[in-house]
Design a protein around this ligand. Structure first.
Ligand code: HEM
Length: 395
């Protein structure tokens, strides 16, 4: 069985050619780093993600606490737990993310989107990650958690380095991750202690009050959840917004359609999610000797679900390398995961993308990328532009 090096610079540049090769192989592939197995086809990645008994999310606990890092609260959050522990934690935190919670947030998301889009278009020549694609989700998650806006300036660095945990290779990247885990834990611990002393009308206070079967969350459990939520709420949606802006700039007909018909944007956003999945993989751990896609996987092996590849699988999506909003099965991509860990923030992410892009496209007749080369984020897992210098041509 051939081994593929996922984190090699050549892979980052040519990931879809590599994925196509991996999908053409029968069964699972072997990949480095981690000496892991990888499911590159849609059917196999979905089978992996929906089977927590045989493929445990404890894999995340291992990959989020590599020996060079040490203790990391995010490794103990619900994303790395299996049922029934996962079920209890998810029940405690999911209320805020349901349709009612989202309806309450909508006015705030719209207001932030309008203000940020207005300011960006006024600047005309603007770096959009700083001015828009990062700041919008940051302000919204900060608002949900009731955080002090004067503390937001460190969040970009935090979320960047948290996204690098599984793929940090250089000493600088690893030192950056170590400091960020420390700083973010100290900050969130202070927030939790302050809310225990003086509860407010925010999600941290709600989490501290919440109980299932008479049991509340401990401080350590709340810290783990917030350490997951703060970067998850910012980084992934930033990638989705950034990738969307690139496609609007490179495909003027999409911008024109979005301006002419608001109903086009949700279809466009789903296709960006499929085509440029913000997170490219999910980790699982084989709990026993198992067989997946005809490949024997020994107990204790790491198995990766290659979401970025599954979303381009020609067995599911016709002409997968073409960008076709509203395509058949267009919402069946795996970008928000599959099964019990299906993204908790899915409605929020879709709402931020829709309202954010609505505010932007209603104000511009064209978006021009100021550099022909896209400067992508480092690392394999988070996929989106690190910076996005553009000219916004006012409508
Ligand atoms: C475009 C934006 C987003 C994408 C692509 C995305 C993607 C994902 C994926 C793939 C998973 C499953 C991981 C796995 O199975 O191992 C997940 C889980 C999760 N996401 Fe998102 N996410 C996005 C936005 C958000 C937002 C805005 C929030 C919160 C504010 C959020 C919070 C979470 C949480 C808490 C989980 C863990 C759920 C669980 O373990 O039960 N996500 N997300």
């Amino acid at each position: 069985m051939k081994t593929y090096d996922l984190f090699a610079p050549a892979t980052l540049a040519e990931r879809h050619a590599l994925f196509a090769k991996m999908r053409s192989e029968p069964g699972l592939c072997r990949v480095e780093p981690f000496g892991a197995f990888a499911a590159a086809r849609y059917e196999d990645a979905a089978a992996l993600l929906k089977d927590p008994q045989r493929f445990s999310s404890e894999a995340l606990a291992i990959t989020a606490e590599p020996p060079w890092l040490g203790a990391n609260p995010v490794a103990h959050s619900l994303i790395s737990k299996d049922p029934p522990n996962h079920t209890r934690l998810r029940a405690l935190v999911s209320r805020a993310f349901g349709p009612k919670g989202m309806a309450r947030l909508e006015a705030r998301v719209r207001q932030e989107s309008e203000a940020l889009a207005e300011a960006a278009v006024r600047q005309r020549e603007v770096e959009l990650v700083d001015a828009f694609t990062f700041v919008l989700p940051r302000n919204i998650i900060g608002f949900m958690l009731g955080l002090d806006p004067s503390t937001f300036s460190e969040f970009k660095r935090w979320s960047l380095y948290m996204g690098l945990i599984t793929s940090a290779t250089t000493p600088e990247q690893r030192e950056g991750v170590r400091s960020v885990v420390r700083e973010m834990s100290d900050y969130l611990t202070e927030v939790i202690e302050a809310r225990r002393r003086q509860p407010g009308d925010d999600m941290v206070s709600d989490l501290l009050r919440a109980e299932v079967e008479g049991k509340a969350l401990t401080n350590a459990e709340v810290l783990s959840f917030l350490s997951l939520l703060l970067p998850a709420g910012m980084e992934t949606t930033t990638q989705l917004l950034g990738n969307s802006v690139i496609h609007l700039a490179q495909r003027p007909e999409q911008l024109a359609q979005a301006r002419a018909d608001k109903a086009h944007l949700p279809r466009f956003i789903e296709e960006v999610l499929r085509y440029e999945s913000p997170t490219q993989l999910s980790f699982r751990l084989a709990t026993q000797d198992v067989e997946l896609a005809g490949t024997k996987v020994p107990a204790g092996s790491l198995v990766l679900g290659l979401v970025g590849s599954a979303n381009r699988d020609e067995r599911v999506f016709e002409r997968p390398d073409e960008f076709i909003p509203g395509r058949e099965k267009g919402t069946q991509h795996l970008s928000f995961g599959y099964g019990v860990h299906f993204c908790l923030g899915v409605q929020l992410a879709r709402m931020e993308a829709r309202l954010g892009l609505e505010a932007l496209v209603s104000r511009v007749s064209a978006i021009r990328l100021r550099s022909p080369e896209i400067h992508w984020n480092p690392g394999f897992t988070m996929h989106g532009p690190a910076v996005l210098p553009v000219d916004l041509i006012p409508a």
